[in-house]
Ligand binder design. Structure first.
Ligand code: CMC
Length: 429
């Protein structure tokens, strides 16, 4: 029950609206009954002031630059935990005991292979397809292969679908990559960790043994962890909206992948590295800063700015530190792209345009440098984001379905088109 209320006055009539108080963050005005009572809609394209659901999974304080998963700060999780433990936390709400973690890891590991017939599905794509295009198609097609986990009303099937998605996404992403470079698919290895197995599936070939560098595996795991969830972002909201109609989990996650692909969202990591390469040398930075500030130029500084963070993205801080560590450990000295990134960050943060608008580096600013150092082509950056974010999508999907009050998502509109008019015969137009 709300213990506060807000009063809205329209044409002299007052309407009392309940105000809901969260455990953290701003209060929320409950307008669910507004249309029924007052006959008006609210208008908020881009959802800049709208809470679309309630959730207990992730909290962001954009002004402080804080990100919590089930209450645990992201920097602590990145430093002390690992991806599968964070998956457990997001999915079930608590950190696992050693026994629970072992059981969870076993369940995920046992589902890493994909149906053999799905290999043919990959082969239907052109070799030069972007791996995200392949992933949207293949993940959507999972609903055609795993019929026994598509009944969303059965909690056991929901659980199996969740585990399958977490387990198979690295296999699918690695296969999309292998297919694009014309190498044979590499089967998962269950003796490797989740992150090491992904690296193995991407970089090993059947012709010779391959050893996963533990430094690379650790860095990979950290990248997965930093991307695991981010409350009601565009792709997560897409998953929730798709799911609200009762669509099956694989179709919903495919919708999330499609949304993530865009350069304003997960596609920014690829766009950012391409931008850093294009800048090339620190002396060209002023030119790009000027372009980013020019309202006539559509160019934006990729990896900069965020709808919610009006301070440093806490993930970017960890990512920057990781970039330094990984490049040093891999013996990559004086990386020119990293130098351009650092100088660009410094130049932007010293510029009033960026400070006034509170534009700071986001998670995508440094991640590409690490992924490139590991040997990934830019086209794989967004698929890696997608596989990392799958746990977030799945956890939010599961939370939504467990809510007995959930409804189909059906926004309204401010209609500005023509009012009723009579059809005109073609010869009279
Ligand atoms: N470079 C230059 N100007 C920018 C940038 C940027 N990267 N980002 C925002 N602005 C300006 C924008 O032009 C606007 O100026 P004005 O008020 O004068 O019109 C102001 O800052 C507010 O921007 P907005 O587009 O209204 O803000 P938004 O919350 O709708 O957009 C964003 C957020 C992330 C889409 C945007 O900052 C952006 O396009 N950034 C570059 C792409 C990027 O790095 N995306 C990754 C986001 S983090 C990971 C993820 O979500 O997947």
């Amino acid at each position: 029950m709300a213990d506060k209320s807000a009063t809205l006055t329209i044409d002299g009539t007052e309407y009392e609206l309940p105000v809901l108080s969260p455990t953290s963050g701003p209060d929320v005005i409950d307008i669910r009954k507004l249309y029924g009572q007052a006959g008006v809609f609210t208008y908020d394209p881009g959802f800049t002031s709208t809470a679309s659901c309630d959730s207990t999974i992730t909290f962001i304080d954009g002004d402080k630059g804080e990100l919590l998963h089930r209450g645990y700060p992201i920097d602590q999780l990145a430093e002390k935990s690992h991806y599968l433990e964070v998956c457990y936390l997001l999915l079930y709400g608590e950190l696992p005991t050693a026994e629970q973690l072992e059981d969870f890891e076993t369940r995920v590991t046992r589902h890493t292979m994909i149906h053999e017939q799905m290999h043919n599905f990959f082969r239907g794509f052109r070799r030069d397809a972007h791996p995200m295009a392949t992933m949207v198609g293949v993940v959507g097609a999972m609903s055609a292969f795993y019929h026994d986990s598509t009944d969303i009303n059965d909690p056991w099937q929901r659980e199996v679908a969740s585990i399958r998605l977490i387990a198979k996404m690295p296999t699918i992403a690695a296969m999309a990559y292998k297919y694009s470079i014309g190498q044979p698919f590499v089967y998962p290895r269950n003796d490797l960790s989740y992150a090491a197995n992904f690296v193995h599936m991407c970089f090993s070939v059947p012709a010779e043994p391959y050893h996963v560098d533990p430094i690379v595996a650790r860095a990979m795991d950290r990248i997965f962890t930093l991307h695991a969830d981010h409350e009601q972002n565009a792709s997560t909201s897409t998953v929730r909206l798709a799911s609200s109609s009762g669509a099956n989990p694989f179709a919903c996650i495919a919708a999330g992948i499609a949304c993530l692909w865009g350069p304003a969202h997960g596609g920014a990591n690829q766009a950012c590295l391409e931008m850093l390469r294009e800048i090339g040398t620190p002396d060209r930075i002023p030119e790009y800063i000027a372009r980013a500030k020019d309202k006539e130029d559509p160019f934006r500084l990729m990896g900069f700015g965020h709808r919610v963070y009006k301070n440093f993205d806490p993930r970017a801080k960890v990512m920057k530190q990781s970039a330094d560590e990984v490049l040093e450990l891999l013996g990559i000295e004086n990386n020119p792209t990293l130098q351009v990134a650092k100088d660009l960050e410094a130049a932007a943060l010293a510029d009033e345009y960026f400070t006034d608008k509170k534009l700071f580096p986001n998670v995508d600013f440094y991640s590409g440098i690490i992924l490139e150092a590991m040997g990934f082509p830019t086209s794989m950056f967004t698929p890696i984001f997608a596989l990392s974010r799958t746990i977030g999508w799945v956890s939010q999907w599961k939370e939504q379905l467990a809510d007995p009050h959930h409804k189909i998502g059906r926004p309204r509109q401010l209609y500005l088109g023509d009012t009723t008019r009579d059809y005109i015969e073609i010869e009279n137009r």
